[in-house]
Design a protein around this ligand. Structure first.
Ligand SMILES: CC(C)(COP(=O)(O)OP(=O)(O)OC[C@H]1O[C@@H](n2cnc3c(N)ncnc32)[C@H](O)[C@@H]1OP(=O)(O)O)[C@@H](O)C(=O)NCCC(=O)NCCS
Length: 166
């Protein structure tokens, strides 16, 4: 499915909140955090950058990332969300590629993604793995008993980006 990628503005704030909540994966406080990061970004905080995927004027997905504080050339992908009704059509891949291209242009070396080991995150983990991210660490029980933190990593210098670009 073709979509256009553009910045996320204040006008998309409510839609971004709805999209995030509608995934059914995130607790209300996590949804609130996504909106807080957008507010910080719109207020000029360069630690949080947003890119939106649009169908016409409608926001149908977004990614949020930023440089990891205290590192040289490492970035965190904080959020990537696609409208539940439009998943598995390549939109998440387009967003991820665009984030990687921006980070490569900024001489970023490593992209780190944190996600959950829960069964309902299996499609999310498959998404990262299919896009060249390696699971490099697990912290058992991090989020809750039985809900581990899974840390994924992509090294942009290894040409992984080029290999997954097709
Ligand atoms: C993860 C997410 C952003 C991917 O976006 P998307 O537009 O569906 O992704 P794409 O269509 O580009 O890629 C789909 C890939 O994801 C994986 N995937 C997505 N849904 C899947 C499912 N139901 N079952 C298995 N794999 C799935 C597959 O690896 C698939 O690749 P393939 O089609 O080549 O097999 C989207 O599913 C989403 O918003 N999920 C909920 C929110 C979330 O988990 N965000 C990340 C944590 S912050």
């Amino acid at each position: 499915m073709s979509c256009s990628l553009r910045p996320v503005g204040r006008a998309q704030r409510a839609r971004l909140e709805r999209l995030t909540a509608a995934t059914g994966l995130f607790r209300p406080e996590e949804v609130a955090t996504a909106v807080e990061l957008l507010d910080a970004s719109l207020a000029g905080d360069d630690d949080y950058r947003f890119l939106g995927a649009y169908d016409g004027d409608e926001l149908i997905g977004y990614a949020c990332w930023g440089p990891t504080p205290g590192t040289l050339g490492t970035a965190d992908l904080y959020w990537i969300v696609v409208d539940a009704a439009r998943q598995r059509r390549g939109i998440g891949t387009e967003l991820l590629k665009a984030v990687e291209e921006r980070l490569s242009a900024d001489a970023c070396r490593l992209i780190v993604v944190e996600t959950s080991s829960r069964a309902d995150y299996a499609p999310t983990r498959a998404f990262y793995e299919r896009r060249g991210y390696a699971r490099v660490a697990t912290i058992a029980g991090y989020y809750a008993p039985g809900d581990d933190l899974a840390i994924y990593l992509k090294d942009l210098r290894n040409g992984v980006l080029a290999r997954t670009a097709s």
